[in-house]
Design a protein around this ligand. Structure first.
Ligand code: AMP
Ligand code: MG
Length: 278
């Protein structure tokens, strides 16, 4: 078994890098994660270690009540958003983690601006919030399926950056993970959903329509990554064809974000010697 990559190396390998004005070519970026985790055994051991530390850090984050962490999970159907969050937070107390899925907007949500529902779902101080899909759907599915006028969508990238800056300045640390799966692996997973009875509920015929629109989604994802990777809320591209490596990489990044926050247990405001318990 090899040793796991350092958190900083995982960050550097997954951070969105924009060379000058060149376009991000998602199709050329690795989807397997082998350069970070050679073997699955190391990935699994690293995930277990990190999931344990994430629980410890979350406990202090909860006690301190100073910061919130928002983990945004984006990726096309079958990229593994549910699986990743199940693994990364498998040892974390449910007290301090809130998962929020973003589906098609309700009538009420559509009656507001598109960031309204995201803002309402933000984790409070002391909590970790996980967005399973997010406000980014408003520049992804909405763009590809032409659900809003192009000019309105064009304005959203900067609006989202400012929104996230506001959150960052008010105590929410934001980590954004784009789960990057290949078209071939998506095919395997969609077939699995049809074949395995316990997975059939996850299949939706519209997943196949979206698969037909692969190139358009890839372009929309690339634009999102190019325009919304900021110092205050960076995007990371997580290779997602191998489930164990995907989970291990995501866990390294989440642990890194929590370690940066360095949560401390608060001074209780009394000295234990003051009290005697019979
Ligand atoms: P799932 O994540 O499989 O439960 O599916 C949720 C569905 O809701 C996906 O097809 C998303 O593309 C869709 N969705 C999420 N946000 C939006 C949005 N703002 N507008 C339209 N569809 C959305
Ligand atoms: Mg789905």
């Amino acid at each position: 078994m090899s040793s796991p990559p350092k958190i900083d190396d995982v960050r550097a390998a997954t951070a969105v890098k924009l060379k000058g004005r060149t376009k991000l070519k998602l199709g050329e970026l690795p989807t397997n994660g082998h350069s970070l985790f050679e073997d699955k055994k190391t990935a699994k051991a690293s995930l277990d270690d990190d999931a344990t530390v994430i629980d410890t850090l979350q406990d202090a984050l909860y006690a301190e009540q100073k910061h919130a962490l928002l983990v945004v999970l984006q990726g096309i159907d079958t990229a593994g958003k549910d699986g990743t969050l199940k693994s990364v937070f498998k040892f974390t107390s449910p007290l301090g983690v809130r998962v929020h899925p973003f589906g098609r907007p309700t009538d009420l949500e559509l009656a507001h601006d598109y960031l309204w529902r995201a803002h309402a779902a933000m984790p409070r101080k002391g909590h970790i919030g996980v967005f399973n899909r997010s406000h980014y759907e408003d520049v992804l599915v909405v763009k590809v399926r032409k659900l809003a006028p192009p000019q309105a969508i064009e304005q959203r990238y900067e609006q989202i950056n400012q929104f996230e800056k506001h959150l960052h300045e008010n105590g929410t640390r934001i980590l954004k993970l784009m789960l990057h799966v290949s078209r071939k692996e998506q095919g395997v997973r969609l077939r699995e959903r049809l074949e395995v009875p316990q997975k059939r509920w996850k299949f939706n015929p519209s997943d196949l329509e979206d698969r037909e629109l692969w190139d358009q989604y890839e372009a929309a994802y690339a634009t999102m990554l190019e325009r919304c990777s900021t110092t205050w809320a960076p995007w990371h591209i997580v290779p997602a064809d191998s489930r164990s490596r995907r989970d291990a990489i995501a866990a390294r990044l989440v642990r890194g974000a929590l370690e940066d926050l360095n949560p401390q247990y608060p001074d209780p405001g009394y000295r234990p010697e003051q009290f005697e318990i019979d």
